[in-house]
Ligand binder design. Structure first.
Ligand code: ADP
Length: 274
């Protein structure tokens, strides 16, 4: 399933004194099976863009096409549920949204809400828990007894239990230690490679962009200022120097890649290269 934005504008609280235009004339395509990184400074519009990917918000102007559903400003809020199932969003610090008594119930909550039988939802919960790297002994535990990293995995399992075609990740490794971060990024990579899942990753970590993404979108003040393959984006070092993007900055990172003997043509790199 492709997701396409055509001339999308989004304004918060339009026609009020608090009006804030967040997206300007966005044109982009998230292709089925791709791994897209979205980068940009705080306030550049990344979160607003993400919320369009499963119609949590509708464009103020323009068209968002999600698979065969066309979302325009006038689109009725009813019947958007199938889109929410096809496009799963893992928001920042998703563990804050855990609430059930047990891990199994928390993961099964979404599917049950979508009419999946209790038995099938329980089966999905067990399968997804394993997929995120936790064993079945965690199923009957309270999510609140787990470590922060484990809680995050449970929250992600809850999104995966909806069996989305597109997985949207907003800074999914924020606050994790380097090992936890690597394991989580490798988990997303497996979902991408083995299950053909389309991934959209918001990140400020340039090595994750270099290692995993096959497409990069750079946002600035609600507009796309650059888009292309990681090769194309990283090799424009002079432009990156101006922008001071990411941690380390994308320009520093690109220079480090070259100093280590990599060529931009090799991007994305295998996960352990850096
Ligand atoms: P990012 O995710 O890149 O930090 P956002 O999409 O959160 O960017 O924000 C884009 C712009 O929209 C910013 O100017 C921000 O202040 C504004 N904005 C975000 N959320 C709201 C909101 N709920 N009400 C009003 N303005 C908002």
């Amino acid at each position: 399933m492709d997701i396409r934005f055509e001339q999308v504008d989004f304004t918060y609280q339009p026609h009020t004194p608090f009006e804030q235009r967040a997206l300007f004339d966005l044109n982009l395509t998230i292709e089925n099976g791709s791994y897209t990184a979205i980068v940009g400074h705080t306030g550049s519009g990344k979160s607003t863009l993400l919320q369009h990917l499963n119609a949590l918000v509708k464009p103020t102007k323009g068209t968002v096409t999600i698979g065969d559903r066309v979302i325009v400003p006038e689109t009725n809020n009813k019947n958007l549920k199938p889109i929410r199932k096809k496009v799963g969003i893992v928001f920042q610090f998703p563990e804050a949204q855990l609430f059930e008594e047990t891990v199994a119930k928390d993961i099964a909550f979404g599917p049950k809400n979508f009419g999946v039988s209790g038995e099938d939802a329980a089966r999905l919960a067990a399968e997804m828990l394993e997929l995120v790297g936790l064993d079945a002994s965690h199923l009957e535990r309270s999510p609140f007894e787990l470590s922060g990293g484990q809680m995050r995995r449970v929250a992600i399992a809850g999104v995966l239990a909806m069996e989305p075609e597109v997985l949207v990740l907003d800074e999914p490794t924020a606050g994790l230690d380097p090992q936890g971060r690597k394991e989580m990024m490798e988990m997303f990579q497996r979902l991408h490679e083995e299950r053909g899942m389309t991934i959209v990753l918001v990140t400020h970590l340039m090595d994750d962009v270099a290692n995993y993404a096959d497409h990069v979108i750079v946002l600035e003040q609600g507009q796309i200022v650059k888009a292309g393959t990681p090769q194309e984006v990283f090799q424009d070092i002079d432009w990156l120097k101006e922008k001071q993007l990411g941690v380390p900055t994308a320009a520093t990172f690109a220079e480090k890649l070259l100093a280590k003997g990599f060529s931009f043509e090799e991007l994305p790199l295998t996960a352990d290269a850096l």
